[in-house]
Design a protein. Structure first.
Length: 299
């Protein structure tokens, strides 16, 4: 007798005859809380020993073994199904191989030290390739909490669609989740500069479109807390939103950390630091006229 299972993180779900609905809605058979996943994203149908995956017209699509699919596709053993930022693995097994279980093993990424389920060939958090597995990188059982996987490319694809369409509320919601992840990494001293720059890029785009200074302040303060100089594209983005309220105050906070030698400034960082300093000078308080203390250049 043949059994079919779907593994997601540390859980394994039996696929019974008939259909299994996957999506973000609590009404689905398998609910996955990921904002990149549609409420009813896909269904898997088991019929006459054949298992077929159907994308239900999801907003962000589905991938099987890395390839985007439209419509339906028959699943074979160990196919990897990606919905949003999450990866599920399909298994076809004989009854002799079947053992009821709902736990698996966790692996610690050798670079970002984030736990993720055993199986993927790259870390879903930072993209680090999995090669030989050392004993200290394997965590048995489920005692290690799983941090939600935010894949930079998937995040960028969503934002590239949402912003031109004016879907600012959705973009803001996705960006907040990514920012929370970045804050955790900053606090742990594990932030990847490329990851932070990716979030900053879209935060500044959203701030420019909405004329909202909230995300501008977050970008500047995130780099201050991370003790890093923003890269050239981020500096260029900051220049475009310098007229928003609170910009120069947040910029001054970042520069005060840089000038206190708390931020290592390499040769490649010097042009960006100089550009930020020049930007700060543009917003500096001019000599006050008699009886005037207000800075007319500030927004």
């Amino acid at each position: 007798m043949v059994r079919f299972r779907l593994r997601f993180l540390l859980q394994e779900h039996d696929l019974p005859p008939g259909e299994t609905i996957l999506g973000r809605s609590p009404d689905c058979h398998i609910t996955i809380e990921d904002p990149l996943i549609s409420r009813q994203h896909a269904r898997i149908v088991v019929e006459h020993g054949v298992v077929t995956f159907h994308d239900l017209g999801s907003r962000n699509g589905s991938r099987i073994n890395g390839r985007p699919i439209s419509g339906s596709q028959v699943l074979v053993d160990q196919d990897r199904v990606r919905l949003g930022a999450q990866e599920l693995v399909f298994f076809r097994m004989e009854t002799s191989q079947f053992a009821p279980r709902s736990t698996g093993a966790m692996r610690l990424c050798g670079r970002c030290k984030t736990p993720f389920p055993e199986g993927p060939l790259v870390c879903p958090h930072c993209g680090h390739a999995v090669t030989a597995v050392r004993e200290e990188e394997t965590v048995p059982g489920i005692s290690v909490p799983v941090r939600r996987a935010w894949i930079a490319q998937m995040f960028g694809d969503f934002m590239d669609r949402a912003l031109p369409q004016g879907k600012f509320a959705e973009a803001d919601r996705i960006l907040r989740r990514a920012a929370e992840e970045a804050e955790e990494r900053i606090a742990a001293g594990e932030i990847d500069p490329a990851y932070l720059a990716r979030i900053a890029e879209y935060a500044l785009k959203l701030a420019l479109l909405k004329r909202d200074s909230q995300w501008v302040g977050w970008v500047l303060d995130a780099y201050r807390r991370a003790k890093k100089i923003p890269p050239a594209p981020t500096v260029a983005g900051l220049e475009r939103v310098a007229d928003l309220p609170g910009f120069y105050e947040a910029l001054d906070r970042l520069l005060s950390v840089c000038h206190a030698d708390d931020v290592p400034v390499g040769e490649q960082d010097a042009p960006q630091l100089a550009a930020l300093e020049a930007l700060a000078e543009q917003g500096a308080t001019p000599p006050a006229a008699a009886g005037t203390t207000e800075d007319p250049s500030r927004p």
